[in-house]
Design a protein around this ligand. Structure first.
Ligand code: OXD
Ligand code: MN
Length: 599
């Protein structure tokens, strides 16, 4: 097949990679439906995909990964900047030349027996001034099909790229060459854990991924390009690449505002982005559920785009109660990975809200489910086009982006952090982002139950450079001349009482908090100044059914003891990690908060 581009840099890179990896064939992807169908058929033929009941779930397919290849591998993810100081204390670092030498060894001959796909893609609407072009080379038809859904793939991208346009090269291999005549034969291809490398070269704007076929490690437009590489570009170019959902909030009078919100993984970003409000007359619509790229326009407003074209959501826990819009979105044209298969050839997972039909359930490992372990892997996923979401906002692919009025930070915090409070200033808001934490359980990580893992701006696994410099970048963004800065809020849907009972029902009731945030941005009064920031009165939020006046008071109180402990932890354990790169402005915010709570 002759190459459909005259871009010299791209042609040369493709030739070099093919010479190193030695595939059987090179295919340039055009992004067409026929190509998607071919990719699915290829995976069915290799025994990797199971078609679901096509009458009930048209275009639905199930994949089961290798049990060792089910999630992002943070300890095999590298930021290979020239100097280790530029990767900082929160990233794994290897010298770029040493890492490349190791990986070239692994890549040599790694595609033999396989087809090498060249996937030109755009993150963001093609041609948007905020969008970026990447080209992924991969030896996985599963990756091609998923990239079709998650990004904008195809010949149009090559047209925009032209002869000498810039693109981010993203090299991926599953790391499992095939011998002559061998096929995957039902075995998800991947490499052993100590051969997996998810590598980023931020100075070169380059990504090399080897040994994993799983989403976050293999769909390189998402975490690798749109967060790790883009965050480094954003620092250099004066914009923001963030782990944030974007939603449109409309009041009963028809006035709309756009909100971006950062939460660590598995804190319900997809649910919030697709929320069905309980407050009458209010409407939430979705722009994006995971990533926001934000730039100032000449009017001084910060505009955001969702660089993705699909949702790669966690299936377990998704139900008609927790997220009806997601359930409708995945009714068709969806790739499921590591969910369970029912006797009537449909999908099932824990927390779907109903029992599976009678007959054997096949678990995510492909065995008849014995009910001792979860039937679906806890990180089982759906990949689905965002255009299928019934709550998609009309502006979701507007190339200009949407003007952001408010930025929210949150995490799972059973204590201390109130339901909502607003930052007193931009720098105070950056402070709140910098101390975001989320509770982990002993089962999830090797940490004491109840321990808070600090996940600044929900970017801990995704910031492509030194986190101290990242904080400074946020402070500097606040000094942009003529900027009409968004207001910054901190929310916590996860408060519990001393007995471990949830104090707040969450889900649709979170619209009460969104309403208060909207009204704060509109200058309506329903707030009071406290030591920790601006907080609503209980009346301004209103009381959901089942929440007592005492619960409400606890949700909206300033827990002075808790905050003093929080400050002590930030002071002793969190900020010192960033050494001399920790901005003075944030130490100052910490000291001022300390003083306000002492008086
Ligand atoms: C994701 C994550 O997959 O944050 O979005 O891990
Ligand atoms: Mn995410």
């Amino acid at each position: 097949m002759s190459a459909p581009t005259q871009n010299a840099k791209l042609l040369q890179w493709v030739q070099e990679v093919a010479a190193m990896t030695q595939p059987t064939a090179v295919v340039w992807c055009d992004g067409s439906q026929a190509e998607y169908d071919r990719m699915i058929q290829t995976t069915i033929d290799a025994g990797l995909a199971t078609p679901l009941d096509q009458a009930k779930r048209p275009g639905g397919y199930l994949f089961r990964s290798d049990p060792s290849d089910v999630a992002r591998v943070e300890n095999r993810t590298y930021i290979a900047s020239k100097s280790p100081e530029d990767a900082g204390p929160t990233n794994n670092w290897i010298d770029p030349e040493a890492l490349k030498a190791t990986m070239r060894g692994l890549y040599t001959g790694c595609m033999s027996g396989r087809t090498m796909y060249v996937i030109p893609f755009s993150m963001g609407p093609i041609g948007s001034p905020i969008a970026k072009i990447g080209v992924e080379i991969s030896d996985s038809a599963y990756v091609v099909a998923n990239m079709h859904i998650m990004t904008r793939v195809g010949t149009k991208v090559l047209e925009v790229l032209g002869k000498d346009g810039e693109f981010i090269p993203c090299l991926h291999s599953v790391g499992k060459p095939l011998a002559e005549g061998q096929s995957d034969n039902g075995q998800w291809p991947s490499a052993p854990v100590d051969h997996k490398y998810i590598s980023h070269f931020p100075e070169e704007r380059l990504i090399w991924s080897y040994g994993s076929g799983y989403g976050g490690n293999a769909l390189l437009g998402k975490k690798c390009l749109a967060l790790r590489i883009a965050s480094a570009q954003a620092r250099d170019e004066g914009w923001l690449a963030e782990h944030m959902l974007i939603l449109k909030l409309t009041n009963p009078e028809g006035k709309s505002k756009f909100v971006a919100a950062a939460f660590p993984s598995a804190c319900g970003k997809t649910n919030l982005a697709m929320l069905v409000p309980t407050v009458p007359g209010w409407k939430v619509e979705t722009i994006g559920d995971d990533i926001a790229w934000m730039k100032f326009h000449s009017d001084g407003q910060l505009y955001a785009i969702n660089p993705e074209a699909g949702f790669f959501g966690v299936a377990p826990g998704t139900s008609v109660k927790s997220n009806p819009n997601a359930m409708t979105t995945i009714a068709k044209n969806t790739i499921f990975t590591n969910v369970a298969l029912t006797s009537d050839n449909d999908v099932w997972w824990e927390g779907i809200g109903f029992d599976p039909p009678a007959g054997d359930v096949i678990d995510w490992k492909g065995k008849v489910w014995d009910k001792k372990e979860p039937a679906a892997h806890p990180n089982a996923r759906f990949t689905v086009p965002a255009s299928q979401c019934p709550a998609a906002a009309a502006e979701w692919q507007d190339p200009a982006g949407v003007p952001i009025s408010a930025i929210l930070f949150g995490g799972r915090r059973p204590g201390t952090i109130p339901l909502v409070h607003e930052a007193r200033s931009w720098n105070h808001g950056v402070f709140l982002g910098s101390i975001v934490g989320s509770e982990v359980t002993a089962a999830a990580l090797d940490l004491k139950a109840g321990t808070v893992r600090r996940d600044p701006f929900a970017m801990l696994p995704f910031c492509g450079y030194h986190m101290g410099d990242y904080f400074q970048h946020w402070i500097d963004i606040g000094k942009t001349p003529g900027a009409k800065l968004p207001r910054i809020f901190c929310v916590n849907w996860f408060r519990k009482d001393a007995g471990g009972r949830w104090l707040w029902p969450g889900y649709g009731e979170n619209s009460r908090v969104l309403k208060w945030i909207f009204e704060q941005c509109d200058g309506l009064d329903g707030s009071q100044e406290t030591e920790i920031g601006i907080m609503p009165s209980a009346e301004a939020i209103g009381r959901p059914e089942g929440v007592s006046a005492e619960d409400m008071a606890e949700l909206l109180t300033v827990d002075r003891e808790g905050w003093r402990a929080e400050i002590a932890d930030v002071h002793a354990n969190h900020y010192p990690k960033f050494g001399s790169r920790m901005p003075a402005e944030l130490w100052q915010e910490l000291r001022e908060l300390e003083a306000r709570l002492a008086s």
